[in-house]
Design a protein around this ligand. Structure first.
Ligand code: HEM
Length: 458
């Protein structure tokens, strides 16, 4: 798929000295480039880089700006002229709630970050070590050698269990993880559709896909209500994120409202499960597709542990395992598309961005750019060795983003992903089985369509 034609850049506006970004060709009336984004979004976003550092797109009636280089996507994330708003966040707010940290801006966002940050600080992570260890080993022990494992369900189960047990101290049953997995899969797919093809009222018609979407959304909110109600009924106040949320005060020192508590739990459980689960699926796919790296992971773990089960404290010594995780996230970043909105007339890389303009960019496209990476499509964990990592341009690898919206959970996520990869590769080799489809399924996150693997004991 190509971006067929691009109109030449308009001349520099004399009064501002800023250039007009070129308009991507190939849009169609009403939907603009929305159909292309829907049909082959990864290729579409990746090829924009051939047409400029910043390119204009049409999504429905809106004109959207797309920066394509690492320095400009980094500059965007760090510039306070751009805030969280735009189609992605509007659909997230409408469906997941308006008062959570992921969609708030300004003072509310700063206050909410202060509430949640302690639970994710580097020095808080070792406290989660025993749970991460237990869950990583439980995952490998659940499987029987030779059976077929459905990686979607299994990855969700472990991601939800770790997030819930560490952050919400919830007695999170597998049944709930399963419900959350089904609900999130449906909700995220529907949200993505609503974002790229904004057909408004058509999504309210009582058609089977809309009904399925609404039922999944209702169950997601119900699950969160259950988690909060259970904690309150228990009368306990453990030192965890849920207690911090339940006890948070607003800027006047008053307790925050019920809606904000609910939306905050949604805003943490939702990205926390979907992103980690998708990344675990890709790590399983990598271990099956690159047995040479799976063997190196196993050898590294054994050299560190001397044969005992891998532990949380080993994580910092597992350099190759960590590099495998980073390289998997480079090629398949869970968060592959992000948006912002300009709050004032501003500029990006010398291109004019008018107030109110929506911006869209793709960490997936940036992280696969051949200008930033030699052999950009090769799976090469050694590119993260200290002597080679210097070649990677700034912001060319930001799967957790940068700036004030940076994922609070980068250390929490990397620790569990490295530990899980180590535990998996030490116990098993993996083979894809008939019926497995490891092609990339695009939604709000990226994950394999249907990864089915057979674990073979080492
Ligand atoms: C924000 C990626 C895991 C909670 C973000 C952002 C990215 C990201 C790119 C920034 C969005 C933006 O710039 O607009 C990831 C990846 C993960 C991961 C790749 C795992 C592989 C988690 C987990 C949690 C979490 C486990 C919680 C348990 C959040 C929250 C925000 C966020 C609350 C919003 C922060 C804010 O707006 O201030 N994540 N995330 N993430 N993430 Fe993560």
């Amino acid at each position: 798929m190509t971006v067929e034609s691009v109109r030449p850049e308009a001349p520099v506006t004399p009064e501002s000295g800023l250039r007009e970004a070129p308009l991507a060709g190939g849009g169609v009336p009403l939907l603009g480039h929305g159909l292309k984004l829907l049909r082959d979004p990864l290729a579409f976003m990746s090829q924009l880089r051939d047409h400029g550092d910043v390119v204009r797109l049409k999504l429905g009636p809106k004109e959207v700006y797309a920066p394509t280089t690492p320095d400009l996507t980094g500059a965007l994330a760090l510039n306070p002229d751009f805030v969280i708003a735009g189609p992605l966040w509007e659909s997230l707010e409408a469906l997941l709630g308006k008062e959570g940290v992921a969609t708030a801006n300004g003072p509310r966002h700063r206050r909410q970050r202060r509430t949640i940050q302690p639970a994710f600080r580097l020095d808080a992570i070792p406290g989660y070590g025993p749970i991460m260890e237990e869950e990583a080993h439980a995952l490998t022990e659940r499987w029987q050698p030779g059976e077929t494992i459905d990686c979607t369900t299994e990855s969700f189960r472990v991601a939800v269990r770790i997030a819930a047990r560490c952050l919400l101290r919830g007695d999170f049953m597998d049944e709930r993880a399963e419900r959350l997995c089904v609900a999130l899969a449906t909700v995220f797919r529907g949200m993505y559709r609503r974002m790229v093809v904004p057909l408004g009222p058509l999504y309210n018609l009582p058609l089977p896909p809309n009904r399925k979407f609404n039922a999944a959304l209702a169950d997601l909110h119900l699950l969160v209500d259950e988690i909060i109600a259970e904690r309150r009924a228990s009368g306990q106040k453990p030192d965890d994120l849920l207690t911090a949320l339940l006890e948070a005060k607003d800027d006047n020192g008053d307790p925050i409202g019920e809606q904000e508590i609910h939306d905050q739990v949604v805003a943490i459980v939702t990205p926390g499960s979907e992103t980690v689960a998708s990344t675990i699926m890709w790590l399983l796919q990598v271990l099956a597709e690159h047995p040479e790296h799976a063997d190196r992971v196993r050898d590294e773990v054994e050299s560190v542990t001397g044969g005992r089960p891998v532990a949380f404290d080993d994580v910092r010594s597992l350099r190759h395992t960590n590099n495998v995780v980073v390289e998997a996230m480079r090629l398949r970043p869970a968060v592959w598309i992000l948006t912002r909105r300009a709050v004032t007339d501003t500029e990006l890389g010398g291109y004019r961005i008018p107030a109110g303009a929506d911006i869209v960019y793709s960490p997936y496209a940036v992280q696969r750019d051949p200008k930033s990476y030699k052999g950009s499509l090769d799976f090469d964990p050694d590119r993260w060795l200290p002597e080679r990592v210097k070649e990677v341009p700034k912001y060319a690898m930001s799967p957790f983003s940068v700036g004030n919206r940076k994922c609070p959970s980068d250390h929490f996520s990397m620790a569990q992903l490295t530990l899980i990869t180590a535990a998996l590769a030490t116990k098993y080799r993996f083979e894809q089985v008939a019926g497995s489809n490891d092609g990339t399924r695009v939604g709000i996150t990226l994950r394999p369509h249907k990864l089915l693997l057979r674990p073979v004991l080492r």
